[in-house]
Ligand binder design. Structure first.
Ligand code: PA5
Length: 445
């Protein structure tokens, strides 16, 4: 079960920054229903990049991934070379649910020292390298691949080919023809699935298969989110959270904080920040008119950041909407023992850690509301593959709905692409000579 706790959004609690969601749903019913119908009816159009809706239905690809994992039981270390949407989903889910025995490493930067450190500690014969790039050309990922390819080749000779698995577009980019020419195992990123929406396709499922994540249930949870995204508005959870985000932005709350109360979910905010910011920070709408929309997603972890950011969240400027994520049941729990001589702590004696965690989340939500800081909670029944799959897909739907409400394309990233092009020009890539000259004329280079 995934539930929303919305009391701390109501004007009775948070004054002028709040809203009555039931009334708002009625007022915005036309726009939300149009958004829902447009997203569902466009989902098979490859140009719309809505392939992530259908991916959780694809159990055949999942079976291939599981067969590949079984056939490679020699792997002790799996290195993912990928950046942004090609890394963050697997990183978030593996931190939450990964059980090993394979050690998972992510190379998502080009700082030489950590790469050298990793190469020094790994044994090539026990290492599998999964290079993940939808475009098959991102400079950071390709540079890392060149380094790992040489490292494997130097150590294993022709045997390097069994130590590389490629995840890329089925037709486009440099990696696909390279994989074909070298006879490498390669999985496809479906053409209509963008990086930040790709966690349930082989971009996420392949690395996650190696750390024992229950992928059938991860996809089942994502399918459950699809069901809710089809529902009438009073039950349509992603339409509701999208409307909350939309109304908060309309009230000038330009920052959206995402704060799970869970160390296991510590990388989920990073995934959410990328999903939200890259999808929704847009200069123009679908008609090409300048709109400059978007809110800035900020990461926080409860309870840890109660002792860091929450002071600002409560008493700083009224420019934030806060989403808390709370678990309703632990997977394991621990009693807080009584210790003689520390009776000042007897309010904790015999209580459970999970009760303290829950009390902290509820206390923070209330303390924020008392300062008229709007917040709501996504309550997940427990942290398992099904509920995490549901939450991930819920947040993808929320993003898609919000894109529709703002009238923008949530599935492109022209700002990111421009940075990639400038990098190619500065690094002397063939075909980018004119851009390089322009940059030099602008004093860059
Ligand atoms: O979400 C996105 O589309 C981006 O963050 C990409 O995932 C990122 O830029 C990496 O791109 P690629 O997978 O083409 O290497």
């Amino acid at each position: 079960m995934l539930r929303l706790e919305l009391n701390n959004l109501h004007p009775d609690r948070v004054g002028p920054y709040g809203f009555d969601l039931a009334a708002a749903l009625a007022e915005h019913a036309g726009g939300l229903e149009a958004a829902r119908n447009a997203l569902w009816s466009r989902r098979m159009d490859p140009d719309e990049f809505l392939g992530w809706i259908e991916v959780p239905e694809d159990t055949e690809t999942l079976r291939e991934i599981l067969r590949y994992r079984q056939a490679n039981d020699w792997v002790e270390d799996l290195v993912v070379l990928g950046i942004g949407g090609s890394a963050l989903g697997a990183q978030a889910v593996s931190a939450a649910l990964g059980k090993g025995p394979v050690r998972l490493h992510f190379v998502d930067n080009v700082e030489p020292e950590p790469i050298l450190e990793l190469l020094r500690t790994l044994e090539p014969g026990k290492t599998l390298v999964n290079v993940i790039s939808k475009s098959g050309s991102t400079a950071e990922t390709m540079a890392a691949f060149l380094a790992f390819r040489k490292w494997l080749g130097d150590a294993l000779g022709a045997g390097w080919k069994g130590h590389v698995v490629v995840t890329t577009d089925p037709a486009k980019g440099l990696l696909r023809p390279y994989a074909q020419a070298e006879g490498l195992v390669a999985f496809a990123v479906p053409p209509a699935v963008g990086g930040r929406f790709s966690v349930t396709c082989p971009v996420g499922t392949l690395p996650l298969a190696f750390v024992g994540v229950d992928l059938e249930n991860l996809l089942a949870g994502a399918r459950k989110a699809n069901q809710t995204a089809r529902d009438a508005l009073d039950k349509n959870l992603p339409a509701q959270t999208a409307l909350i985000q939309y109304l908060a932005a309309a009230r000038g709350l330009n920052i959206t904080v995402f704060m799970p109360y869970s160390t296991r979910l510590r990388f989920l905010p990073d995934w959410f920040v990328q999903l939200h910011d890259e999808s929704l920070g847009k200069m123009v709408d679908r008609q090409g008119r300048e709109v400059r929309v978007g809110t800035t997603a900020v990461r926080a972890i409860g309870t840890t950041d109660q002792h860091a950011q929450v002071q600002l969240f409560r008493e700083g400027p009224h420019d934030k909407l806060i989403t808390l994520v709370r678990l309703e049941h632990p997977s394991q729990d621990l009693e807080i023992p009584a210790v003689a001589g520390l009776e000042g702590l007897d309010y904790l004696f015999g209580k459970r850690f999970f009760d303290l965690l829950t009390a902290e989340a509820k206390a923070t939500a209330h303390a924020l509301a008392k300062a008229h800081q709007p917040n709501y909670t996504i309550a997940l029944e427990r942290l398992d593959a099904y509920h995490l799959g549901w939450l991930l897909q819920h947040l993808m739907w929320q993003t898609a709905f919000l894109g529709e409400l703002w009238g923008i394309n949530a599935f492109d990233q022209p700002g990111v692409e421009l940075g990639k092009e400038y990098t190619y020009a500065l690094m002397g890539r063939k075909g980018y000579e004119r851009l390089a000259a322009e940059l030099r004329a602008e004093g860059v280079g």
